[in-house]
Design a protein around this ligand. Structure first.
Ligand code: PHE
Length: 381
């Protein structure tokens, strides 16, 4: 994945010549700061990992082009979790034991972050999740951080949206019981929606990866809701929307950041039209910093960045800033510097790490219209 530039070839050649030149000269040593990344580059949530990785790698390349950190280049070593349980532990153990990374970036999905976080914690290797929102992730320990908001907030954002904007009174909730993210977000949504005076008229479950949701959707339809909250990931959500439409369940469907993928529209087509989800970032919300990022990202990858890319980008920037302030690549020192992150200007907003090692940031609500994700509103905490 790494490109060898003309410059680094020349430097390597010069070093080799110096080494051959005589006794006393040392062979060239790899002189980089190694950062691990684990992401779902393939499998059911492949677009999460690919997009997050593109943002992360762009940040690393830009930092290196500007001279690196502590006089060294950052080297990003990326491992694929294949969107599968079991892989995060394997690949993060490898990153730490074999590659000797000084810190780890990842994962997107909360269940996968929860699997690898204890390994980082035990090895005293700081981990920064770009976009895992379940509260339990950073509760694993004092080496575990995130640069995004958490689901007690995201749940209230969508509950208030349902009550106030959609004027929904009777809502059904459809939860992926295999996902910590889905279970947590469902609970936080329900608590707030009921506190708003709303009623949960049906609660149904599925297992991520299921293909047939018709039995549950028929039960949901029978409860006569005026909206359905679906805190799932895009591959499942797209099929749920298609089958809901086939069954004539014609009410607003809405969810959280897990909906965000171009695949949602590719699979869901007109069945996802008009529905809503919350997320971390939208390229149309223009801060100057975000606008420049969108341009650089387009130039590098030939596509417009989404929330996953923007969060990935910010995770690498925040980590690099912490290593710089730590003045060291020692785990405990990077951890202390990460914990001291205040008012960091990211592309997703201003990032301050709080006492729970989370960031407090705004959410955006998007609507799917004409096959695109349109910005509707920003909700500040
Ligand atoms: N927040 C989701 C989780 O914790 C992951 C996600 C983030 C998905 C951003 C899409 C966009 O599992």
């Amino acid at each position: 994945m790494s490109k060898i530039s003309g410059q680094s070839v020349r430097v390597a050649a010069a070093l080799a010549l110096a080494w051959l030149a005589g006794p006393g000269c040392q062979p060239p040593v790899a002189d980089t700061i190694k950062i691990g990344e684990y992401a779902s580059l393939t499998g059911k949530e492949a677009t999460f990992g690919i997009s997050s990785h593109q943002g992360t790698l762009l940040a690393i390349e830009e930092i290196n082009a500007a001279g690196g950190v502590l006089g060294k280049k950052l080297e990003l070593i990326t491992e694929d979790t294949q969107s599968k349980a079991g892989e995060p532990a394997t690949v993060v153990n490898k990153l730490i034991a074999r590659d000797r990374v000084v810190a780890v970036l990842g994962e997107v999905a909360s269940s996968r972050s929860l699997e690898a976080a204890p390994i980082c914690q035990q090895n005293r290797i700081p981990m920064v999740s770009p976009s895992s929102t379940n509260p339990k992730v950073t509760e694993v320990g004092d080496y575990i951080f995130r640069v995004c908001f958490i689901d007690p907030f995201q749940g209230t954002v969508m509950a208030d949206f349902a009550s106030q904007t959609l004027k929904a009174r009777r809502v059904a909730v459809f939860t992926d019981v295999k996902s910590d993210y889905s279970k947590g977000l469902a609970r936080f949504f329900k608590e707030r929606f009921v506190a708003n005076g709303g009623q949960i008229v049906a609660e149904l479950d599925y297992n991520g990866g299921d293909k047939d949701f018709k039995a549950q959707l028929t039960a949901i339809k029978g409860a006569n809701p005026d909206g359905v909250f679906i805190p799932g990931y895009y591959t499942d959500v797209a099929l749920i929307c298609v089958q809901a439409k086939q069954l004539g369940l014609n009410v607003p469907l809405f969810g959280g950041d897990g909906w965000e993928s171009e695949k949602l529209v590719e699979i869901g087509k007109d069945a996802v039209e008009g529905h809503y989800f919350s997320t971390h970032y939208h390229p149309d919300v223009a801060s100057p910093k975000s606008r420049e990022f969108v341009e650089r990202f387009r130039r590098r990858w030939g596509r417009t960045p989404d929330a996953l890319a923007a969060c990935g980008y910010d995770s690498a920037l925040v980590l690099a800033d912490a290593i710089r302030r730590a003045g060291s690549t020692e785990g405990a020192k990077i951890r202390d510097a990460l914990a001291a992150t205040r008012d960091f200007q990211g592309v997703t907003g201003v990032i301050s790490i709080n006492e729970n090692r989370d960031a407090k940031k705004s959410a955006v609500i998007l609507q799917i219209r004409d096959g695109r994700f349109r910005y509707l509103q920003t909700v500040t905490p």
